[in-house]
Design a protein around this ligand. Structure first.
Ligand code: ATP
Ligand code: NAG
Ligand code: NAG
Ligand code: NAG
Ligand code: NAG
Ligand code: NAG
Ligand code: NAG
Ligand code: NAG
Ligand code: NAG
Ligand code: NAG
Ligand code: MG
Length: 671
C-alpha cells in the first residue's frame, strides 16, 4: 500500500460520513506514489501491474486505455460559481519498441464522465472521436503529452505538450522541455524511456492554465512550459471526473503512470519519488525460447530460398534474354522467342549442327509448339547498324513464298546475334552432291537439269516477279538446298545485305564467294541483278562440270572454271567439260545449252549477260541461246578483262569460306 496516510484518512472520513467524495468542496486532494491496491477505475488496456505501475497501454497497437479517480470531483463552490483553482501532478514514462518511434502519448483529462467508450484510439488518444472532436458539448479539458505529429490537429512536432479544450487541436502547445533556474531551455525527449514529471495548474481567478514538465529527479521548474488563459468555467461540468487517457496507433508503445497527486485550491501534494515503482526493462522479452531459436533459422532459410529463386530467375532471364526495340513491333509476327529456339535445338547442341558458313552455324531444330522442322542460322552481328533495315528486309522477305525458294519463317534477336529461322530442307545443300564423292549419290542428268531450272525460276522470282527486286548476292551451290522431293530451293537470299551497310563512309563492305563474283562487283562493290546472273552462270557450269568455280589446271595453277570452260569452247571441245561422273549419260543438246548459257551469264561485260527471264526462256527451249561468238569476239581481250578483276584475288582464295573484303568507294565511284 503506497497510498499516503492523508489520502486514506480522507477516504475513510468521507466514507464514514457516507458522503460522496465529490461533494466535498475545498479539501479534495490525494496522492498516489505507485498504484498498488489503489482505487482507480480502469478501462481498455489500462491495468495496474503487479509492481504497482499504472499501465495505460500494454504494447498492443490501436488500443486505448483510461484510468479515472473513482469518484467525480466538484470543481465549483456552488453550481453557479466559477471553477476553482486546482493543481495536479503525475510521474510518467513512455517505453517504445523502436528507438525513435512512438505513439500516441498520454493525456491528463478532466471529463464529465469516466465512460469514454465512444472515443477513438490512435491520434484521438482515447479522448474524442471523428464526430465529436472539438465539439463544445464534450466539456473536456486535457493536458496532452503528445509523441506524434498529427497534421489534422496542427501538431507542432512529434514531441510536444499541449492544452486541449474539447478536442485534440491544442489551444496552446510547446515542444517538450523545461526552463532551468537561469531561464535556459532544455529539450526533453518524451519517448526516451526516462521517467518524467508533469504539473497541471489552474488559477480560477484569472483562468490561467500552466503546464510544466521536467525530469523526475528535479524539482518543479519555476517557469511553466505552457501558460495560457482559458476559462474552464465555461468548459467543465459539475462535477467532473479526473484521470488519464492514452492510446496506441500503429506502433506498440507502452504508457505508464508511476505516481499521481491532486489538490483543489492548493498545490498538488508532492509525490514520493523514492516510493515509485520500477519501470519494466526496456527490451521486450522474447515470446518463447523455441521461437527465439526457430525464428532466425526460418528467416535465414527464407532469405536463402528467396536468393536462390532470384538467382534462378535472373539466370533464366539472361539465358532467354532477347533484344527487342520499338521499331520491331511491326515485324512482330516474324519474331520467334529465343526460348523456343533454344529448346528446339537442345540448347544449340553440336549434334544439331547442319553446317557452318560464312555467317555462322546452322542448326536443325523442331519448334516446340508446331513441331515444325526448321533450320536455325545463328549470325553473329555486333553492330546495330544496318540491323533495322535488315530486319525490315527479313520481314518482307518472310512474305516471299515460292516453290524454289527456302522459306524464311522469321527471326530472333539477341545481344550481338541474330537468329534466322528457315524451313528445314531434308536433303541438304547441293554442294554435297556435287563435290563430296561417296557421301551422296551422284545426281543424274535429269535431276541436274531440273535443279538448274528450279534455281533459275527461284532467282527469276526474286528479280522480277516479286513486289520489289531482291538481289540474292550469294548464289552458289551451298545455298541451293534440296527438299524432301529433291526440288531445288535457293536459300540465304538477302543475307549478304546485312554486311553490306558499311560502318565506314569510305569503304563498302562487300560480300560474296570467290569464283562467283562478277568483275564489276569486285571493282565497285555494287551488287545488282546482273552480278547475280554472273554468279548463276558460274553455278550452271559448276553443276554441269561437277567442278568448283575455281579449279586447278593441269599445271597446278588456280584458274576460274569459267575460263576453263571458255577455253574448251574456244577449242570446240565444250562437251569435254561435262562431269565425268555422269559417264556420258546425258542429253548432249541440253548440256551444250547449259554450258553456253553459263558462259553467257558469266560474261565479263554486263551488257552481254541475259536477264533471268531470258535465262528461263532459254532453259525452257522457248528461245535459242544466242551464239557466243557475237559476244566473246576476242578471246585475248576477254582474258585481259579478267586479269583486271580476278587474278589478285585468286591468289588469296580460300576454298571453304565466303570472303568479304573492303573496297574503297572513292574508287568505285559511290553507290
Ligand atoms: N534450310 C536448311 N535446311 C537444311 N540444311 C541447311 C539449311 N540451311 C543451311 N543448311 C546447311 O547448313 C550449311 C551451312 O549453311 P550456311 O548458309 O551457313 O553456309 P554456306 O551456305 O556454306 O555459306 P553462306 O554463309 O555464304 O551462305 C549448308 O551448307 C547446309 O548444308
Ligand atoms: C493488452 O490489452 C488488451 C485489452 O485488454 C488485450 O486484448 C491484449 O492481449 C493485451 N496485450 C498484452 C500484450 O498484454
Ligand atoms: C472505490 O471508490 C468508489 C467511489 O468512492 C467506491 O464506491 C468503491 O467502493 C471503492 N472501491 C474500493 C475497492 O475501495
Ligand atoms: C444561481 O444563480 C441564479 C441566477 O442566475 C440564482 O437565481 C440562484 O439562486 C443561484 N443559485 C445559487 C445556489 O447560488
Ligand atoms: C533518433 O533521433 C535522434 C535525434 O532526433 C538521432 O540523433 C538518432 O540518431 C535517432 N536514432 C535512430 C535510431 O534513428
Ligand atoms: C459507456 O457508455 C456506453 C454508451 O455510450 C454504454 O453502452 C456502456 O455500457 C457504458 N459503459 C459503462 C462501463 O458504463
Ligand atoms: C456537438 O454535439 C452535439 C451533441 O452531441 C450535437 O448535437 C451537435 O450537432 C454537435 N455539433 C457539431 C458542430 O458537431
Ligand atoms: C545558473 O547560473 C548559476 C550562476 O550563473 C550557475 O551557478 C548555475 O549552475 C546555473 N544553473 C544551471 C542549471 O545551469
Ligand atoms: C503560472 O505561471 C506564471 C509564470 O509564468 C505564474 O506567475 C503563475 O502564478 C502560474 N500560475 C499557476 C496557477 O501556477
Ligand atoms: C470565467 O467565466 C465565468 C462565467 O462565464 C465568468 O463569471 C468569470 O468571470 C470568467 N473568469 C475570468 C477570469 O474571465
Ligand atoms: Mg548458305
Amino acid at each position: 500500500m503506497k497510498i499516503t496516510l492523508s489520502f486514506l484518512l480522507h477516504i475513510l472520513l468521507f466514507h464514514g460520513f457516507n458522503l460522496v467524495l465529490a461533494v466535498s468542496a475545498s479539501n479534495d486532494q490525494f496522492v498516489f506514489s505507485g498504484f498498488s491496491g489503489a482505487n482507480v477505475t480502469l478501462d481498455g488496456t489500462a491495468t495496474v501491474t503487479a509492481g504497482g505501475l499504472l499501465e495505460l497501454t500494454n504494447g498492443t497497437t490501436q488500443l486505448k486505455g483510461h484510468a479515472f479517480f473513482p469518484a467525480p470531483l466538484s470543481f465549483r463552490r456552488s453550481l453557479n460559481s466559477t471553477v476553482q483553482s486546482f493543481s495536479a501532478s503525475f510521474v510518467f514514462a513512455i517505453l517504445t519498441t523502436y528507438p525513435n518511434l512512438s505513439c500516441h502519448g498520454i493525456a491528463f483529462v478532466i471529463a464529465p464522465s469516466n465512460n469514454l467508450s465512444t472515443a477513438l484510439a490512435a491520434q484521438y488518444m482515447g479522448l474524442t472521436n471523428i464526430d465529436n472532436n472539438g465539439n463544445m458539448s464534450n466539456r473536456i479539458f486535457a493536458a496532452e503529452i503528445d509523441t506524434m505529429q498529427n497534421v489534422e490537429f496542427q501538431d507542432i512536432n512529434n514531441n510536444h505538450v499541449g492544452v486541449d479544450i474539447n478536442g485534440l487541436h491544442s489551444v496552446e502547445s510547446h515542444y517538450a522541455g523545461y526552463y532551468d533556474e537561469n531561464g535556459s531551455f532544455h529539450n526533453m525527449n518524451l519517448i526516451s524511456g526516462d521517467v518524467m514529471q508533469a504539473w497541471v495548474d489552474y488559477d480560477g481567478d484569472i483562468a490561467q492554465i500552466n503546464v510544466t514538465i521536467g525530469p523526475v529527479d528535479m524539482s518543479k521548474p519555476g517557469r511553466p512550459l505552457i501558460s495560457t488563459i482559458s476559462n474552464l468555467s465555461n468548459v467543465l461540468m459539475e462535477p467532473s471526473f479526473i484521470g488519464f487517457s492514452s492510446a496506441t496507433g500503429p506502433i506498440n508503445s507502452r504508457h505508464f503512470i508511476l505516481g499521481w497527486s491532486f489538490s483543489m485550491n492548493k498545490p498538488a501534494p508532492t509525490i514520493d519519488i523514492a516510493k515509485l515503482p520500477k519501470l519494466p526493462r526496456l527490451a521486450p522479452k522474447p515470446q518463447s525460447k523455441a521461437l527465439a531459436i526457430l525464428l532466425p533459422i526460418a528467416t535465414a532459410t527464407f532469405i536463402l530460398s528467396v536468393g536462390i529463386v532470384v538467382v534462378f530467375l535472373v539466370r533464366r532471364r539472361q539465358r532467354y534474354a532477347e533484344l527487342r526495340e520499338d521499331w520491331e513491333d511491326e515485324f512482330g509476327p516474324h519474331r520467334f522467342a529465343y526460348k523456343d529456339l533454344l529448346h528446339g535445338t537442345d540448347g544449340f547442341s553440336d549434334k544439331h549442327i547442319l553446317g557452318e558458313g560464312g555467317f555462322g552455324r546452322v542448326y536443325k531444330g523442331i519448334l516446340p509448339k508446331s513441331k515444325l522442322e526448321v533450320a536455325v542460322k545463328r549470325v553473329s552481328h555486333e553492330s546495330r547498324q544496318g540491323m533495322k533495315e535488315f530486319v525490315a528486309e527479313v520481314a518482307s522477305i518472310g512474305r516471299i513464298r515460292h516453290r524454289n525458294l527456302v522459306q524464311l519463317l522469321g527471326y530472333c534477336r539477341r545481344k550481338g546475334e541474330l537468329l534466322l529461322v528457315y524451313d528445314y530442307m531434308s536433303n541438304g545443300s547441293l554442294d554435297r552432291y556435287l563435290h563430296y564423292e561417296g557421301n551422296k549419290p551422284v545426281l543424274d542428268w535429269v535431276q541436274k537439269f531440273q535443279i538448274i531450272k528450279d534455281v533459275a525460276s527461284g532467282l527469276l522470282y526474286l528479280h522480277e516477279k516479286w513486289d520489289k527486286v531482291v538481289i540474292h548476292r550469294d548464289i552458289k551451290a551451298s545455298n541451293v538446298l534440296l527438299d524432301k522431293e529433291m526440288n531445288a530451293r535457293l536459300g540465304d537470299f538477302g543475307l549478304a545485305r546485312l554486311y553490306d551497310h558499311g560502318t565506314d563512309a569510305h569503304t563498302t563492305h562487300m560480300v560474296g564467294t570467290m569464283g562467283y563474283l562478277a568483275p564489276e562487283l569486285i571493282h565497285t562493290g555494287k551488287a545488282s541483278t546482273l552480278t547475280d546472273v554472273f554468279a548463276f552462270g558460274t553455278f550452271l557450269l559448276e553443276v554441269i562440270c561437277g567442278q568448283r568455280p575455281i579449279k586447278e589446271d593441269a599445271h597446278g595453277n588456280q584458274i576460274l572454271l569459267v575460263d576453263w570452260v571458255l577455253e574448251h569452247w574456244h577449242n570446240e571441245s565444250l562437251l569435254d567439260t561435262v562431269d565425268p561422273r555422269l559417264q556420258g549419260d546425258y542429253n548432249v543438246e541440253e548440256a551444250c545449252l547449259v554450258l553456253k548459257l553459263g558462259l553467257l551469264c558469266s560474261h565479263p561485260s554486263t551488257n552481254a549477260r541475259p536477264c533471268m527471264q531470258q535465262v528461263v526462256d532459254y532453259l525452257e527451249g522457248d528461245t535459242p541461246v544466242p551464239e557466243l561468238t557475237s559476244t566473246y569476239q576476242n578471246f585475248n581481250e576477254l582474258a585481259s578483262m579478267r586479269n583486271k578483276g580476278f587474278d589478285p584475288y585468286i591468289m588469296s582464295y580460300n576454298p571453304s569460306s565466303t570472303v568479304s573484303f573492303d573496297t574503297v568507294s572513292d574508287l568505285s565511284g559511290g553507290r
